[in-house]
Design a protein around this ligand. Structure first.
Ligand SMILES: NC(=O)c1ccc[n+]([C@@H]2O[C@H](COP(=O)([O-])OP(=O)(O)OC[C@H]3O[C@@H](n4cnc5c(N)ncnc54)[C@H](OP(=O)(O)O)[C@@H]3O)[C@@H](O)[C@H]2O)c1
Length: 474
């Protein structure tokens, strides 16, 4: 059975932007609801011959299909040939500039479906046409920049109140139900500092930042893992090796955080985005050489110290994004035992440290608002990462088929960093590209006085490590 689908859209973006976004055909996972997952199989920059592996959603099943780029004429035409056991596709995308910021894209798919019984052929046509229309409408949404930041939807506000439905969205279901998954706002010329880039969400975020054209400054504790991360990122994005720099620091030690901040300030006087992503959930209580409980040190003290020490490089329009956890909803902050000296449980200490980080992010957001620096925190839902496999093996196993992949977990980090329409949005807690309340369960919120006491405690703990940078803070 042979079918030709053809759709034309006009998109308010330059032809160069549209072409650049679509040339890496794996972005199809961001806009075509018929595609669950797509990856570029050929490492490095996309050129004729590049291969992509798509997982299609067909009648609730995941069906693999391989595509190859067979023609690539700059800003004009892309041709891709796709094959699997039952389908052959020849996709042609043509681009033409109508105005500077208006591009016409025509998507033609010539499909040959094998083994389709005669009686099904006619009824299938409307369904195929609908899929084609949905795909190009998704492409338009992914490419066009929203005029304003998203409002809180009544649906997710209600779910947050009911708690359980919101928690169900922590799985990949939450990511998949988002209407717009596009990441097409390029970050050329922007410098992104990111901690924890060597695995999981950090590696996925670094890869996407690099594809969007950002300059990356990666902070990790192991030279070889940093080199491996850089190679993975470059394979994914095809960017030039010179766009990735890395610095080594053991982030559980405040002296190391302070030192690396000095090194970054010397090399990068201007930073557009700081992502504090590194995190840990140890099962036993460990104390660092500086005397802090490890969970608190890595998940709270280090990110707060890094953002404060990098302040001289941040300016109006810069963004700080702190990666927290939905586990935070289950915890308050016990100011009398913030170092968990009187009884330690890994998940509790982790939730408390993340709650403290979110509270402090809100407070610095207020303090730095007049500087035009936006500070937000987010949580990634439940994503399958090496960290989760190690720290929560039973949870990881039980939810294996429902967990997000790292890219889905990292999506909101990249979106918060890249989206122009979010400029000036500060002091919020985000999940799946929407604001969410910080306090859901009773008794977990910090009163203003207790939040202030927390800030005083943390700033005292950091005081000895604040010296070498000039501070802009009030
Ligand atoms: N995955 C989830 O479902 C989930 C849910 C909620 C929140 N989060 C948060 O998301 C962030 C990323 O987590 P993930 O799941 O991607 O974990 P992951 O796979 O374990 O990655 C953690 C990253 O942090 C780095 N790191 C840990 N301790 C460090 C230290 N002392 N010094 C320097 N770097 C250190 C690790 O470096 P090495 O490679 O050197 O170990 C690694 O790059 C964390 O903040 C986590 O709390 C994740």
């Amino acid at each position: 059975m042979k079918v030709t689908l053809k759709e034309t859209i006009r998109v308010r973006r330059t032809v160069a932007d549209c072409f650049r976004y679509l040339k890496d055909f794996s972005t199809i996972e961001q806009w075509d609801p018929g595609v669950y997952r797509a990856e570029k199989l050929t490492p490095g920059a996309v050129a004729v011959g590049a291969e992509f592996l798509l997982q299609l959603n067909i009648s609730g099943k995941r069906v693999p299909m391989t595509y190859q780029l067979t023609a690539c004429e700059d800003n004009t035409r892309l041709v891709l040939e796709g094959v699997n056991e039952t389908l052959h596709a020849l996709d042609t995308l043509t681009f033409s500039a109508i105005e500077d910021e208006l591009t016409e894209i025509t998507y033609e798919a010539q499909l040959t479906l094998k083994n389709v019984p005669q009686f099904l052929r006619l009824p299938m046509m409307p369904a195929l046409n609908r899929l084609g229309k949905k795909a190009v409408s998704g492409l338009q949404t992914a490419l066009e920049r929203p005029a304003s930041a998203p409002k809180i939807s009544w649906n997710s506000a209600l779910k947050d109140k009911l708690i359980l439905p919101a928690a169900l969205d922590f799985t990949e279901r939450g990511y998949l139900r988002q209407a717009d998954k596009g990441l097409s706002q390029f970050m050329d010329g922007k410098t992104v500092v990111l901690t924890g880039p060597t695995s999981g969400l950090g590696l996925a975020a670094a890869s996407e930042f690099s594809r969007l054209g950002a300059k990356l400054v990666l902070i990790g504790r192991d030279h070889q893992r940093l080199q491996a991360a850089r190679d993975t990122v470059l394979d994914f994005s095809g960017a030039d090796a010179a766009t990735i720099d890395f610095f080594e620091a053991e982030l559980s030690l405040l002296s190391e955080v302070s030192r690396v901040a000095d090194e970054i300030l010397a090399a990068y006087p201007s930073v557009d985005v700081l992502v504090n992503n590194a995190g840990v959930l140890p099962l036993q209580r460990e104390v660092t050489a500086e005397g802090h409980e490890l969970t608190l040190a890595v998940n709270c003290l280090a990110p707060v110290l890094l953002m404060r020490r990098l302040l001289p490089a941040l300016s109006a329009g810069s963004r700080v994004i702190n990666v927290a956890s939905g586990g935070m909803y289950l915890s308050g902050v016990n100011l009398a035992d913030i170092e968990s000296e009187h009884g330690f449980e890994g998940a509790k200490a982790y939730a408390q440290a993340k709650r403290a980080l979110v509270t402090l992010t809100e407070m610095y957001a207020c303090e730095w608002k007049s500087l035009g620096i936006d500070c937000n925190s987010m949580h990634p839902g439940w994503a399958s990462t090496p960290g989760v496999a190690k720290s929560l093996p039973a949870f990881n196993k039980a939810l294996a088929s429902r967990l997000r992949d790292a890219r889905m977990g990292a999506d909101t980090v990249v979106w918060l960093a890249a989206s122009e329409e979010l400029r000036g949005q500060t002091g919020d807690f985000w999940f799946d590209r929407e604001r969410h309340p910080v306090n859901v369960l009773p008794g977990k919120a910090l009163s203003p006085n207790r939040a202030l006491a927390l800030k005083v405690w943390v700033e005292n703990a950091l005081a000895g490590y604040m010296n070498s940078g000039k501070s802009k803070a009030a």
